[in-house]
Design a protein around this ligand. Structure first.
Ligand SMILES: N[C@@H](CCC(=O)N[C@@H](CS)C(=O)NCC(=O)O)C(=O)O
Length: 254
C-alpha cells in the first residue's frame, strides 16, 4: 500500500504490504533485450503506482476501515490516498467529484469510480479473489442479511456511543438509552448466530464480519464493551477478527 495526501503534492509517505511485493516482482525480472533505463526499478515503481487502485479515505474512519480490511484480506494492491477530514478535504470539490455526499471512502480503479464502503468491499473482494464471499447461495444470502443487520440495526446505534465516548460529540441520556436497548437486541441475535457458526455467514470470514469490525473496535472504550464480553460467542468472534493480520494492518498495529 502506498500512502499519499489527497492534495497530490506530497507523494509516497509510506510504502507497505502487498504493493511492495508487486514492485519487488517488477524489479526482480531482468529488463527485456534492448530495454533502456526506462525499465529500471524507479520507473517500475512509478508504473505500478499509476496503475494501482486508489482508495481515498481516512484511516480512522469506520467506513474506510471496512474497505481497507477487505483489501488486506485479499492481498489486493492499492494506494491509500488520505482525505484529511480535519481540514475539511472531504467537502472540497476534488473529493465531491469522487463522493458527491462529501463522505469517505471512495475508490478509483484505473478510471472506475465507486463510493459507498460496502459496495467498495464487495467490488474489491470480487476483483481480487472473492475470499470473503461464499460461493454457496444460502451462505451468500446470510452474508447479505448480516450486512443489512450491521447497516440498519447495529452501526447506527453503536455510533451514538462512539460519538459520545470516543469523539466527544455529546448525546443525550435518552438517545444513549434507546441506542443501548437496540444494541442489546442486536448482540442477543449475533450471539445466537455465533453460537452455531464461527462467523455470521458460516464457517469462514465474510464481508459481513468485516463490516462489524470497525464498530466493535471503537466500542472498546465505551460502556458497550461490557455487552461484548457478556455475550461469550460475540466475544470469541471479536477476538478472532481483531487478531487477524488484516485487521491489525487496518488499524495500524502491524
Ligand atoms: N454510507 C457511507 C457512509 C460514509 C460515512 O458516513 N463516512 C463518514 C466517515 S466514517 C464521513 O465521511 N463522515 C463525514 C460526513 O458525513 O460529513 C459509506 O458506507 O461509505
Amino acid at each position: 500500500m502506498i500512502w499519499r495526501r489527497s492534495s497530490e503534492t506530497h507523494l509516497a509517505l509510506r510504502v507497505v504490504t502487498t504493493f511492495d511485493a508487486a514492485v519487488v516482482a517488477l524489479d526482480a525480472g531482468p529488463p527485456p533485450d534492448g530495454a533502456s533505463s526506462a525499465r529500471g526499478p524507479f520507473s517500475a515503481l512509478i508504473r505500478a503506482t499509476l496503475r494501482a487502485m486508489k482508495i481515498f479515505g481516512n484511516p480512522g474512519s469506520t467506513c474506510t476501515r471496512k474497505v481497507l480490511m477487505t483489501a488486506h484480506e485479499n492481498g489486493a494492491p492499492f494506494e491509500f490516498v488520505l482525505v484529511d477530514m480535519a481540514k475539511g478535504e472531504h467537502k472540497q470539490p476534488a473529493h465531491l467529484a469522487r463522493q458527491p455526499f462529501g463522505q469517505v471512502p471512495a475508490l478509483d480503479d484505473d478510471g472506475f469510480a465507486l463510493y459507498e464502503s460496502r459496495a467498495m468491499a464487495r467490488y474489491i473482494d470480487g476483483k481480487f479473489g472473492g475470499a470473503l464471499t461464499p460461493k454457496d447461495a444460502q451462505a451468500r444470502a446470510l452474508m447479505e442479511q448480516w450486512i443489512s443487520v450491521e447497516t440498519s440495526n447495529f452501526s447506527p446505534h453503536a455510533m451514538k456511543f462512539i460519538y459520545h465516548f470516543v469523539f466527544k460529540r455529546e448525546q443525550t441520556p435518552d438517545v444513549l438509552k434507546t441506542a443501548g436497548d437496540k444494541l442489546d437486541l442486536a448482540f442477543r441475535e449475533l450471539d445466537k448466530r455465533l453460537a452455531k457458526e464461527p462467523f455470521v455467514a458460516g464457517p469462514s470470514l465474510t464481508i459481513a464480519d468485516v463490516c462489524f469490525a470497525p464498530y466493535l473496535e471503537y466500542l472498546g472504550p465505551t460502556p458497550v464493551a461490557g455487552k461484548i464480553t457478556e455475550h461469550v460467542h460475540v466475544a470469541r468472534w471479536w477476538t478472532e477478527i481483531s487478531n487477524r493480520p488484516a485487521w491489525q494492518k487496518t488499524v495500524g498495529r502491524d
